[in-house]
Design a protein around this ligand. Structure first.
Ligand code: NI
Length: 267
């Protein structure tokens, strides 16, 4: 599988399942913009067969290298980011994992069972990245119990493997100078912005500003029936030059911490 093919498969699955992501994309295109991807994010569990390093294998094989690791103690998450070794417009890759050992026996047993059902061939080939839920029909009862412990765990239990979000590079937009003007444009067109930690996470002094839409409410299909749950969201990032004149290409843990909350659901 080539990188271009992988990226287009990820995009197709993401936009098929999240109507508002496609709408946001079309909105920019119809506004005369070319949409360049800043980064794509994935979620997984820290189980050996499917942890960050396993999920990253395909990207490493396709020319990426690991750059930096992050920790989110409150959400009990770890993450790493990867960049392509050839200069170009390939997106950064951000992969996070839930540290399951810090949760209940129940959560750990669910993850254990789910992980045991993942076919190694999917991980080896990289198909896992867009395979969605690979652990069988989800139970709403289990989903709700996971939700009490970790929104991330519940989201991953239902949605499985897919791009959790794509990110519009605001630097590459011609008609938008600031992230604030992007947010205004989105709100004027009826999209909800995630306000956890403020609409804009980060500052020019941190060299990165980020915002995101709130995840789509999707119809979750469970063994018990259909229930509303959250799908994926779209992110927007503006990067700034560092004192050495280079554009900052990392992530800010505090900001990412709040961006994770874009998939929060209230019952
Ligand atoms: Ni992101």
């Amino acid at each position: 599988m080539t990188l271009d093919l992988l990226l287009s498969k990820l995009w197709n699955v993401y936009t098929e399942q999240n109507q508002s992501a496609k709408k946001v994309y079309d909105l920019f295109i119809n506004h005369g913009e070319e949409v360049v991807n800043d980064h794509i994010a994935f979620r997984t569990f820290n189980y050996p067969a499917i942890n960050i390093d396993k999920i990253a294998q395909t990207f490493i094989r396709l020319g990426y290298r690991e750059v930096e690791a992050y920790e989110f103690p409150e959400k009990k998450l770890k993450a790493k980011h990867y960049e392509h070794t050839v200069e170009g417009n390939y997106p950064l890759i951000f992969i996070s994992e839930l540290i399951t050992s810090e949760f209940s026996e129940f959560l750990q047993s669910v993850v254990h069972e789910c992980s045991a059902r993942v076919e190694n061939r999917l991980v080896e080939s990289g198909e896992i990245l867009y395979s969605g839920n690979v652990w069988g029909p989800p139970s709403y009862k289990i989903y709700r119990l996971l939700l009490e412990e970790s929104e991330y765990a519940a989201w991953l239990y239902y949605n499985g493997f897919c791009a959790n979000h794509f990110t519009v590079s605001v630097n590459h937009l011609k008609n938008f100078e600031s992230l604030n003007s992007v947010n205004l444009f989105l709100k004027n067109n009826g999209f909800d912005i995630n306000v956890s930690g403020g609409e804009i996470k980060g500052t020019p002094e941190m060299f990165l500003e980020q915002s995101s839409t709130k995840a789509d409410l999707i119809k979750g299909i469970f063994v018990e029936g259909e229930f509303g749950i959250t799908g994926c969201y779209y992110e927007f990032a503006k990067r700034y030059k560092m004192p050495d004149g280079k554009i900052f290409k990392g992530f800010i843990a505090n900001s990412a911490d709040k961006i994770f909350e874009s998939t929060n659901i209230k019952y």
